[in-house]
Design a protein around this ligand. Structure first.
Ligand SMILES: O=C(O)CCC(=O)C(=O)O
Ligand SMILES: [Fe+2]
Length: 316
């Protein structure tokens, strides 16, 4: 099975019939593969290009400059992650990539930062103000797309429109920039190891290099070949829990760049408020298929998964 295409312009169309029809296609994609391309999003192409440009500038800085905002110095997991810091597949190699993570910025003395210091707090920003501005602008735009997407999912699942989005007031969604440099040896082809994402959905912007692969229901790795200006969207574990396994969180991986090729990608991990209670949505449980998972707080789940994949968080 290949990766379906969803038209965001249709999903948010003013004509009910067009919206409903696209909603059915979305619902099918979420149930059958958990991955789709999203085209015609409201994000300006110029902003996507600017993000790509800033990422190249950011990662091209000296190691010293990047280490000044090392993610290991941030309790709430913001900033720069060097190669080898993250290992997504516990049975493989560490990932051959460097990263930068940002999220909503809360002052260190904010009540939520005091209560959940590992999830809320300040960002560690790049020094260049243009980079920061572009990251913030993109964050706002991509979150707006995510909200509309979750509204469409709620409609597809016969829920109130705001069933999911109402859990995103003080959300912990993360925008990440990733740089996959050329791999050093031929036996280390792991850009990002096989994994599922932790949150509700992930909206990924990628360049034209390719390398992302998705495991379909037949257990075959399918290439998520880049489509210009389209986002690749996938369901995460929290949404799978929320929907009692109706929407599926699917394994994916990134093959590392070959010699001389640099790849850049920008996942936006859509994650609710720490205190949003995630429990089986009513339309996904029946007498034959009762709720499979205990209710959990969104933040508890994300924190548990982050602690498992980052070496520096092990000891905490
Ligand atoms: O870089 C990519 O294409 C995907 C990255 C990814 O799956 C992740 O960071 O969770
Ligand atoms: Fe992922």
């Amino acid at each position: 099975m290949s990766i379906p295409l969803i038209d965001f312009a249709k999903l948010t169309h003013e004509t009910d019939a067009i919206r409903h029809q696209e909603n059915q296609v979305l619902d099918k994609a979420c149930r059958e593969i958990g991955f789709f391309y999203l085209i015609n999003t409201s994000i300006p192409n110029s902003l996507m290009n600017a993000l790509m440009r800033e990422a190249k500038r950011f990662f091209a800085q000296s190691q010293e400059a990047k280490n000044a905002i090392d993610i290991r110095n941030s309790v709430n997991h913001r900033g720069y992650g060097n190669i080898g810091e993250e290992q997504l597949d516990e049975n493989g190699h560490a990932d051959w990539k460097e990263t930068f993570d940002m999220a909503m910025d809360f002052p260190a003395d904010h009540p939520l930062a005091s209560k959940y210091p590992k999830m809320y707090g300040p960002n560690q920003n790049p020094t260049d103000p243009t980079t920061v501005e572009v990251l913030q602008d993109y964050y706002v735009e991509v979150f707006s797309v995510a909200q509309k997407l979750m509204t469409a999912m709620a409609q597809a699942l016969s829920l109130e429109d705001d069933f999911f989005t109402s859990g995103f007031t003080d959300h912990v969604s993360v925008l990440r920039m990733i740089h996959y440099p050329p791999r050093p040896t031929s036996n280390h082809d792991n850009g990002a190891g096989a994994h599922t994402d932790y949150g509700c959905v992930t909206l990924l912007l990628q360049d034209q290099i390719g390398g992302l692969q998705v495991k379909n229901r037949q257990n075959e790795w399918v290439d998520a070949t880049p489509i210009e200006n389209a986002l690749v969207v996938n369901i995460g574990d929290l949404m799978q829990h929320w929907t009692n396994d109706e929407y599926v969180s699917t394994a994916h991986r990134v093959r590392a760049s070959t010699t001389d090729v640099h790849r850049y990608s920008f996942p936006f991990f859509v994650e609710p408020d720490y205190e949003t209670k995630v429990e089986c949505v009513p339309s996904c449980a029946t007498a034959e298929k009762p709720a499979k998972y205990e209710p959990i707080l969104g933040g508890e789940w994300i924190q548990y998964r982050l602690d498992a994949t980052y070496s520096y968080r092990d000891s905490e």
